[in-house]
Design a protein around this ligand. Structure first.
Ligand code: DUC
Ligand code: ZN
Ligand code: ZN
Length: 486
């Protein structure tokens, strides 16, 4: 039995803050005591957190590590090891990634293969959202998905409404949403109208507008708004809750707010890149704009203010990253990265890095700017994602019985973000040069110190554990709590 005492910090949860000492036994929070309640003799090890905040470890429910794209022709730069080391250094102790079955492999087998790969390499705990194959309307994929929900606790499924080869029709959405409701699964959608996107890209190609920054115009906000509205209406028809990932367009966020106000159970995520960076940052960068290419796209700065309002007003439930890291340069030993599409935006692999920067960027632009309270910050980045995706009460909060995933956050630290000190294999950061106040001094995962001052501590690939997740709705969701209160 190992006993760790964390002394002198201020515990922050989604609704409380108080000075306390934490007693951690064998990786679990055993008890929360008043300051000074225990002495050094009560523990094998004592850690001083004076002047620091004790935050629940970050929960990022949207990463793509070792993610194969372009029909198998390439893969993200980060694998499970480098991606989770980056996560740990930034204070994120849980990720939920995706399983996309390769051609000819069923989703059940693909899940088991990916789970085994992650179990061998991750340094933080992990789960998976299976992606519903485009063929699901015609084969036994839904049977396999139900099996994964039941047997492996994979209680969220992702549906694509865009991308040739991935997108599903409305009938698959309706059937999938019904099955999801029946089996306690939270359906998630990538909400862009794939036909509108394909048409917009075809027009750009016809006009020979191939430069990287044109990616924005291939993904109009109207395509996102249409898909968001349709997905919500279909989920309501199927009497299912719904989660919309990576909302980028403020019009889409306002659509979500309108349906929430009618009482529809729809929750949504946005990502730091949509709140903090804008089209104006990459418009004139030439090939450098490839580093900003992700879908949905990073939109004009004018969009940001309204998207922030959706976060402030609670329309948005979680902040994930959609971390899908590629490099701008082409390193030896990696499959084709961003440069494969130089001068031809439709060929650029989609995705941006951000898993390490998430908490620091959101603390700076949310809490320090006065847009978010420290409780809302914790709620958006840890508590609510854990609740909605069936990880509570183990993850997402500081409470007796929870895993001791704790970030000792130094609110006075100042740091300038840059690729030289970040750990993703990507060779750029969207936040290069941004000075942030507040950063993770110590990061514990199940009571084990895994990062100190932004650097990994003796990383042990394979120490991360697979997290089977509970059925949706098992823990009271923040969305429900907020609506019950209001
Ligand atoms: N968009 C996605 O939907 N997934 C991965 C990366 C991206 O940009
Ligand atoms: Zn997506
Ligand atoms: Zn994604």
């Amino acid at each position: 039995m190992t006993r760790l005492l964390l002394r002198g910090g201020e515990v922050i949860t989604s609704n409380e803050r108080y000075l306390a000492d934490l007693l951690i036994v064998d990786g679990t929070i055993e008890a929360i005591g008043r300051p000074g309640q225990w002495g050094v003799d009560d523990a094998d090890e004592t850690v001083d957190a004076d002047g620091c905040l004790l935050l629940p470890g970050g929960v990022d429910t949207h990463t793509h590590l070792e993610y194969v794209v372009a029909s198998g022709k390439t893969r993200t730069a980060d694998d499970f090891e480098s991606g989770t080391i980056a996560a740990a250094c930034g204070g994120t102790t849980t990720i939920v990634d995706f399983v996309r079955p390769p051609q000819g492999v069923g989703v059940y087998d693909a899940f088991q293969q990916r789970r085994a790969a992650a179990a061998a390499s991750c340094v933080v705990d992990f789960g998976f959202h299976p992606i519903v194959p485009a063929s699901a309307g015609d084969d036994d994929s839904f049977d396999q998905l139900v099996r994964l929900a039941r047997e492996e606790g994979a209680t969220s499924w992702k549906f694509f409404m865009a991308y040739p080869g991935s997108m599903v029709d409305d009938d698959v959405l309706i059937r999938g949403f019904r099955l999801a409701r029946e089996h306690g699964v939270l359906p998630m959608v990538h909400a862009e109208n794939g036909h509108m996107v394909a048409d917009a890209i075809a027009s750009l190609i016809e006009d020979e507008r191939f430069e990287e920054h044109n990616h924005l115009f291939g993904h109009p906000a109207s395509a996102e708004q249409e898909a968001v509205n349709r997905a919500i209406m279909l989920a309501e028809h199927a009497e299912s809750p719904l989660f919309i990932v990576h909302v980028s367009a403020s019009d889409a966020a306002e659509e979500i707010a309108r349906h929430q106000a009618r009482g529809v159970e729809v929750m949504a995520e946005t990502c730091p890149q949509y709140l903090v960076t804008g089209y104006e940052d990459y418009r004139d960068l030439g090939f450098g704009a490839a580093g900003y290419i992700c879908s949905p796209p990073i939109r004009e700065r004018a969009n940001q203010e309204r998207l922030w309002r959706a976060v402030e007003q609670g329309t948005i439930a979680t902040i994930g990253t959609d971390h899908a890291a590629f490099t701008l340069a082409q390193p030896e030993g990696l499959p084709p990265q961003k440069a494969v599409g130089r001068g031809h935006f439709p060929s650029v692999p989609n995705g941006v890095p951000g898993v390490e920067e998430r908490l620091m960027v959101m603390y700076e632009t949310g809490v320090m700017s006065g847009r978010l309270s420290i409780h809302e910050f914790v709620d958006l980045t840890a508590t609510r994602p854990a609740q909605l995706f069936g990880l509570a009460p183990r993850k997402g909060s500081i409470a007796p019985g929870a895993d001791a995933d704790i970030v000792v956050w130094d609110p006075k630290a100042s740091r300038t973000l840059g690729v030289d000190t970040l750990h993703s294999r990507s060779d750029y950061s969207l936040y290069e040069g941004m000075t942030v106040s507040g950063s993770p001094r110590l990061v514990f995962s199940r009571g084990e110190l895994i990062a100190r001052d932004g650097e990994p501590v003796e990383p042990r690939p394979g120490r991360g554990e697979y997290l089977p997740r509970q059925r949706f709705g098992t823990a009271a969701s923040g969305w429900r709590a907020a609506h019950a209160a209001g």
